[in-house]
Write a protein that binds this ligand. Structure first.
Ligand code: SF4
Length: 664
């Protein structure tokens, strides 16, 4: 099988147990893993196929049998918009099932310029090491001198070690102390800036004694129609800029844009927060991954107060959301400091703050006492305590540090039924982003039930529901001159979705308003469409912030992806074919988790009682969310059995039946 244009041409396979590295032509890799690139494209498609073949049964995620897989796609490192992304995959230390996370900055593109589409790391080194990829030369080097360093210092030390000739020549993905100490939700971080969060990849790297991977690449990527690619990319970006009503706001504020939305969401059931003016962050300028036309990273600098002088490249909504809702951080300067600290320590902000928030609830309810917390009176909003608890957790220090480092699910198991009853939103042992599923938008929370990587909010997007939560005021009039209702009416027309699907989801004529948000009509189909779409851009690989499920949903849809991908590869893929790629990858992940973990309908449930009780606030105030009814409709739409397993017919339709033996 020859490889299409857009691929780098090689796969790096590194065995840490035997201290060996191999360079395999991508063509051979396709044959070995039975990959037709047009069916699986890259990113999550490749990761799923690799895990399916290499790890066919349940393993201890911290054993040498686990793998770290970094997979780019044909989109990566080209002139396409937002071409700086890749996926990092492994078996999750939190769930024991499939896991992957998207990351960017410049490691993914540099890896392709070095000639690699995929990096697979197996085994376990005897002592701390890092991998150096210098174009086609791969060496495994001693990392004893950097073990114990946080992310920023690690990147600096490795760049010096490998003789970086100019700033940014060498790109580094590394772990920090949390990964070394096997905190269950440790993350790896690319150039101390962009982390494949939620994947648990930092923990798996730590278990392999792998501190980092450094890469220098000076090659180029062959493109089928270079001028066509430039033209299509230029047109796509221009269209986006013209049509996206909130882009100015995004460019000005990056991810902190969401503060005005976030501040209006219920905060872990406690109270509404009235601090919209806090959107005035101390920005210097913005910066982004390769070819990003609307970068979400912002240079932030704290000018006054206790944290004066702190500079941070970030301002990401996850930190704002979890900081606000889970641990009570309300001040912009404290958010900035919190984001820097968490990236330096290398922990997943959602899993960590959910564990912390849960510990506070357990403490308030007397289930945890000062005996269990090393004398600390746990509470939200105490900055000094947050810094202290963050470090204890990353270092697994004392009883409290160890408790939180094992995460929400282990905490509940250890502390018994009383603790289990008040567990925050957790599915398949992985917490999502906030305590109670009912407080969030319906379908966004529903996505946590079905996500292949466990309780999660990033594999099904629905920003539209959020805009109509009753607690929410009009978010954007100040910037766009339109109310939410006016904005969404206009954007529904622009959404890249077939008319028939639109009518089935949003009614005939299609309409998004409060009734749609509160009702169940079309929601299961919306969930399926959105999940397939997210799965698609995680195979290309490109960024979720340019995709049609973010902003006001007028970003790049499958039509734009098809046009640009065809210019890169020389294919003639269509909208439907690409959406089916997303569906195919998602179905194999589902079948894989069923095979290695036995997950089915019984596991598509929130832990604890909270999600199944009447809501205290929000649109489900006084009501019980019909999760099971939506699941039933969703399984039927997916062509899965009532047990939630892909049927033989569905697998045949997706051309994956031949490789599966889990057909029912
Ligand atoms: S929006 Fe942010 S994460 Fe996405 S490509 Fe741009 S800079 Fe990178």
């Amino acid at each position: 099988m020859s490889i299409p244009k857009g691929y780098a041409g090689n796969i790096a396979v590194i065995d840490l147990t035997n201290n060996e590295a191999q360079v395999i032509p991508t063509e051979e890799f396709f044959t070995e893993y039975d990959i037709d690139p047009r069916l699986w494209i890259g990113g999550d498609g490749f990761i799923t196929k690799i895990l399916w073949k290499d790890i066919p049964k349940e393993i201890d995620p911290l054993s040498p049998e686990n793998e770290i897989i970094i997979a780019t796609g044909p989109w990566t490192a080209t002139a396409a918009p937002q071409a700086g992304r890749a996926m990092l995959g492994c078996i999750s230390p939190e769930t024991g099932g499939f896991s992957s996370g998207s990351f960017g900055w410049y490691f993914p593109a540099t890896m392709k310029y070095a000639g690699f589409d995929v990096i697979i790391v197996r085994g376990k080194a005897e002592k701390p090491v890092y991998i150096c990829i210098d174009n086609q030369e791969i060496t495994i080097r001693d990392a004893s001198h950097i073990w114990g360093k946080e992310t920023g210092e690690t990147v600096k030390a490795i760049r010096e070690d490998v003789g970086e000739r100019y700033e940014g020549e060498v790109r580094v993905i590394s772990i920090s102390v949390a990964g070394e100490n096997l905190v269950k939700y440790a993350v790896a971080c690319s150039d101390a800036t962009s982390c494949p969060g939620r994947s648990g990849g930092g923990t798996v790297m730590g278990s392999k004694n792998l501190k980092a991977i450094a890469v220098r690449g000076t090659g180029e990527i062959q493109i089928d129609d270079p001028m066509g690619l430039l033209e299509s990319s230029y047109n796509a970006v221009n269209k986006f800029v013209e049509e996206e009503p909130t882009l100015t706001l995004w460019k000005e504020h990056g991810c902190t844009t969401s503060l005005s939305v976030t501040a209006n969401w219920p905060m872990t059931g406690d109270a509404l927060v009235e601090n919209r003016n806090a959107a005035d962050f101390p920005h210097l300028n913005n910066a982004g991954c390769l070819n990003c036309f609307a970068p979400c990273y912002h240079w932030l600098q704290i000018k006054d107060g206790v944290y004066a002088g702190t500079r941070q490249l970030g301002g990401h909504m996850t930190f704002i959301t979890v900081g606000l809702r889970n641990i009570g951080i309300q001040e912009p300067d404290v958010w900035i400091y919190f984001e820097r600290l968490i990236q330096e320590l290398g922990v997943d902000p959602a899993s960590f703050t959910m564990a912390y928030s849960y510990a506070v609830d357990l403490f308030v309810n007397g289930i945890l006492t000062k005996e269990d917390t090393d004398g600390i009176e746990l509470k939200r909003g105490d900055h000094e305590q947050i810094w202290d608890v963050s470090r204890r957790t990353a270092m697994r220090e004392g009883k409290l540090g160890n408790l939180l480092a094992d995460g929400v699910a282990e905490m509940a198991k250890k502390l018994g039924p009383e603790a289990e009853a008040i567990m925050p939103q957790t599915v398949k042992d992985k917490p999502s982003i906030q305590r109670d599923a009912k407080l969030q938008a319906l379908i966004w929370s529903f996505g946590a039930l079905t996500s292949a990587r466990g309780g999660d909010w990033l594999r099904l997007h629905n920003v539209w529901e959020l805009a109509f939560l009753p607690e929410n005021r009009d978010t954007y009039p100040e910037y766009t001159g339109m109310t939410n209702l006016e904005l969404y009416e206009r954007c529904l027309e622009l959404l890249d979705m077939p008319d028939e699907t639109k009518k089935k989801i949003f009614g005939d004529p299609p309409k998004v308003d409060r009734d749609w948000v509160r009702g169940l009509e079309g929601k299961a189909l919306f969930a399926k469409w959105s999940e397939d779409f997210v799965s698609l851009f995680n195979t290309l690989v490109t960024c979720m912030f340019g995709a049609a499920t973010q902003f006001m949903m007028v970003g790049f849809g499958p039509s734009t992806y098809a046009e640009i991908l065809n210019k890169i590869t020389g294919w003639d893929v269509s909208y439907d074919e690409l959406m089916q790629v997303g569906e195919r990858v998602l179905n194999l992940q589902r079948a894989y988790n069923n095979q290695i973990k036995g997950w089915d309908v019984k596991d598509d449930r929130f832990a604890g009682k909270l999600a199944y009780e009447e809501g205290e606030v929000g649109i489900y105030r006084g009501k019980i969310v019909p999760w099971d009814a939506i699941l039933k409709e969703y399984y039927a739409l997916r062509g899965w059995s009532p047990e939630g397993i892909p049927t033989k017919k569905k697998l045949a339709e997706l051309s994956i039946d031949a490789i599966l033996d889990v057909t029912k």
